[in-house]
Design a protein around this ligand. Sequence first.
Ligand SMILES: [Ca+2]
Length: 352
Amino acid sequence: MMKSSRLVPGFMVCILCSIACLNEAAAREDTTVNNKPTPVIIFDTDMGNDIDDALAQVMALRASAAGRIQFPLVTSSNASPWAVPGIQAILKYYKQDSVEVGGCAATIGLAHGAFTQKIAEEMHLPASEARDAVKLLRKVLHEQKDGSVRVVVTGFSTNLAILLDTEANHEGDAIPLSGKDLIRQKVEFLSMMAGDSERPEFTEFNVKENIPAARKVLAEWPTPVYISGYEIGSRVFSRGDLLQKTLLPDNPVWVAYKTFFQDVLKDKKWDRPSWDQTAMLWALEPDKGHFDLKGPGTIEVGEKGETLFSENRPSSPARYFLRFKDSLPSEKIEEILQSWYAEPGTELKTGG
Ligand SMILES: [Ca+2]
């Protein structure tokens, strides 16, 4: 059952002001800054295993709709046949179904499809066995301006590890660069939800489900890598009662959110950590100072999937863990994230 408590009106006003500020800021930032190309977000997600991926996708869609980024591609690391149509259902609702979607290149790791199947079927989208994520990653990277792409991975590193190993003219694609050279040329940085910077012995889910892939990406990815560890997202919550007021009832993200809590978690408290959204926030606004950084350094993946940070042996390029700033504790990050989710017009649902 949905919680019946209502928001404090002042808090709601604050959120709605934040939404307005976000839209105004988007308009201001629409123009190219410092002659740098508009950032391009490529989102690689295990959509279907947890609900935070869906909210991270909403953030990219809203930034794209405001002209702040380009958003040409989502790839799945969840091998469920419902992952791709689930992602497409959200794109369709947000009227951005020209975004390409690639299916997981290998069947590795947990592949839940509970909420993705529901939202796909409601949108009359069929299951998909496509395994074309790496093919699409190469094609879309090749099409972008040099240094413009920010890759956000909020699931397993499966697709990115395979991409790293591709040769020039992979499967006859006529792209004259290896995967590693393509990344080096096109990608500004990688933002990952993975690991834990406070508990080196902890084996975080995204790493544990494909340890060799995470190890390969952290060792070989030829750009800076920023990691939002378990300890960041687990202190920042998405709130069911707030989402119910700020997402329209037919929004597949809201349908997915309800389905996840009712059918998967079977939990009556509809609040969930924001692991994936914090990684997306960093990719969307790296210059806004939302987080401090631990690093640069090396992050190695241990035998059981531990993420071992070493500041004394800096790698080139650098790896960083995000850290909370004293001036922006988890509650403040939570407010910032909520301002990204709310649909225009949802103030009508709040009753003032
Ligand atoms: Ca995820």
